[in-house]
Write a protein that binds this ligand. Structure first.
Ligand code: G6P
Length: 569
């Protein structure tokens, strides 16, 4: 988590324009923010405020924080300054306490409680004996933990950038270079980028740069040209990114499906061939991406192709992988630390790595032998919506290659019809918004959907919601059902077992809301295909979470304590 931005330019630019770039990364963390340029330092708790002044500079580093070590205070916000060194950091320095004790013994004063502040002291100490190139390679050698760090040194015209496990990319512009946690920081200004690999660092000037390996040896790296759908990263006339991104779903699904017949066609066939060849298919993902992978497993299972999925953070505890395994990571950001760790674990055991990501050239994509893009465009709202739909659409398209019957062409139009029912979902939201607890029940295909709907409701609407298997209800949760407890039931086809579960909670006074296609229900979805039922029902859930949160006046795009890209364990 945390977003970092650096710019080094031949010509002056407005500080406010640089901070707008930081704002593009705010979804990575939004407890506090700060920036440093020339002799100015600004750091504050709260959401990023773009300054109104006409201040200009040629060089700046900036940071948006998601607190790990040390509370949310102005002092703990970045940049951290010590003597002639100013820096911003994303990651966790695991051996910070030991270094801090050493510097305290030397008489250093610390202003906050973060691990990151120690890095400023580290460089200041090193610079007493050596130059920055050697200080950087020492840092990589001495520091335990993860870092994407940008360092300014007084009197030096460069920005020093170092990476291990936290994402960092250099954007190559005209007469200026950008550094960012991801390409969003500069994707409107250049589509040329160089991605830092682990234990690499770079000296970035205003029109040149040099990369180094951990020993301080110069290395040359390829400039990548990336494609990005820039037009979608503005709020336009919507009140929130979440609703804008929900409404974009017909368009982004269409774009994905088109790409599978055109630019991604070859890769799509290679991907399917990898799946056919593999003796074991194991998906891995976190949060919403995990739910999409569960749907994938269901679809594949329906057509006789065995697959499993494991939550990324528990991967190594619950699964054996070997040379016969194809591990497929699902990740919107491609930067989730737990997913990356799971892939490293799998790779070390000889598994082949494949992935399905939204952000091109992300770490997960770069670790894969083959990777597909879901082409959802930038998703700004912390809660995943359109990226989930495109992940699931891609899962359906893959399952179709194994014999799953589904008409994909009509999917964008069916999503559009669901979105047109936003008004009636809003009415339903008004009836639910004051509840403290809510349950969503599903079976088979609708079980992952139940979990996804509950997750959306929790993270956006702050209602405790549990998404669970209808069959498990009687093993405990039914004890919590009282008169009026809302229970959303997902009934795909003639799922009599699910209908019985809903009767059981209804008999105990629950306020049952049924989302169905064939059976009678409060919301009837127009599809007879269970795969598409999964997508359409989850979109109803997205709208429901949005309308509840909106009615409660909650910070929809940036819910408390969350971040979109979870780059710590
Ligand atoms: C965070 C985000 C979720 C996302 C999850 C996995 O928790 O808030 O929206 O589903 O990370 O992220 P990934 O980028 O790997 O899909």
């Amino acid at each position: 988590m945390c977003g970092i931005v650096g710019i080094n330019s031949k010509n002056e630019f407005y500080v406010r324009d640089a901070i707008k770039r930081l704002k593009r990364l705010e979804y990575r963390g939004y407890d506090s923010f700060g920036y440093a340029y020339g002799s100015s330092l600004y750091k504050k708790t709260g959401h990023i405020v773009v300054p109104s002044s006409d201040d200009k500079t040629k060089r700046i580093i900036a940071h948006s924080r998601w607190a790990t070590h040390g509370g949310v205070t102005d002092a703990n916000a970045h940049p951290h300054v010590y003597e002639n060194v100013t820096l911003v950091h994303n990651g966790i320095i695991e051996n910070y306490q030991e270094l801090k004790d050493l510097y305290l013994r030397k008489g250093h004063k610390f202003l906050g409680e973060t691990d990151s502040e120690v890095a400023a002291h580290y460089f200041a100490e090193k610079l007493k004996e050596k130059d920055m190139i050697n200080a950087c390679s020492d840092f990589i050698h001495d520091i335990k933990g993860e870092f994407a760090i940008l360092v300014l040194v007084k009197g030096d015209q460069n920005i020093y950038a170092l990476r291990r496990d936290s994402p960092l990319v250099l954007g190559v512009g005209t007469d200026m270079n950008f550094l960012g946690s991801d390409i969003y920081a500069f994707s409107d200004a250049t589509n040329m980028a160089i991605f830092f690999e682990n234990d690499e660092f770079a000296v970035v000037g205003n029109d040149s740069f040099q990369f180094y390996d951990k020993h301080g040896k110069k290395i040359s790296k390829e400039v990548q040209t990336f494609r990005w759908e820039q037009e979608e990263s503005m709020l336009q006339n919507y009140d929130h990114y979440m609703i804008k991104e929900i409404m974009e779903q017909p368009k982004v699904v269409k774009r994905l499906l088109f790409s599978l017949d055109t630019e991604q066609k070859e890769k799509f066939h290679e991907f399917t061939a990898e799946m056919k060849k593999a003796k074991k298919i194991i998906f891995v993902g976190a949060g919403t991406s995990y739910h999409a992978s569960l749907l994938g497993v269901y679809y594949l299972h329906r057509c006789g192709k065995a697959a499993q999925t494991i939550i990324a953070s528990e991967f190594e505890h619950f699964i054996d992988v070997d040379e016969d395994s194809l591990v497929i990571a699902l990740s919107q950001s491609g930067e989730t630390m737990d997913v990356i760790e799971a892939l490293k674990y799998a790779k070390a055991r000889g598994a082949r790595i494949a992935s399905i990501v939204n952000v091109p050239y992300s770490t997960v994509q770069r670790m894969s032998v083959i990777s597909l893009n879901i082409l959802a465009g930038q998703e700004v709202c912390v809660a995943a919506t359109k990226s989930f739909t495109n992940q699931v659409a891609l899962m359906l398209a893959l399952a179709k290659e194994f014999g799953y019957k589904v008409n994909m062409e009509s999917l964008p139009q069916q999503i559009q019809s669901v979105l047109e029912r936003s008004g009636s979902v809003k009415d339903m939201a008004m009836g639910l918004k004051d509840n403290e607890h809510l349950y969503v029940l599903g079976r088979g295909l609708s079980y992952p959907v139940a979990r996804e709907i509950a997750l959306k409701i929790k993270e956006i609407s702050y209602i405790h919601a549990e998404g669970m298997m209808g069959g498990e209800l009687k093993h405990g949760t039914i004890a919590l059902i009282e008169k009026g407890t809302p229970v959303i039931g997902l009934v795909s086809g003639k799922d009599n077992a699910m209908l019985s579960n809903l009767k059981e909670v209804g008999a105990r006074g629950a306020n049952v809301i049924t989302i169905s296609n064939e059976a009678a229900g409060d919301i009837r979805l127009e599809t007879s295909n269970d795969g598409k039922f999964g997508i359409l029902a989850s979109i109803i859930g997205q709208l429901l979470a949005y309308h509840i949160a909106n009615a409660k006046g909650l910070p929809i795009d940036k819910p408390r304590n969350l971040a979109k890209s979870v780059t710590v364990k």
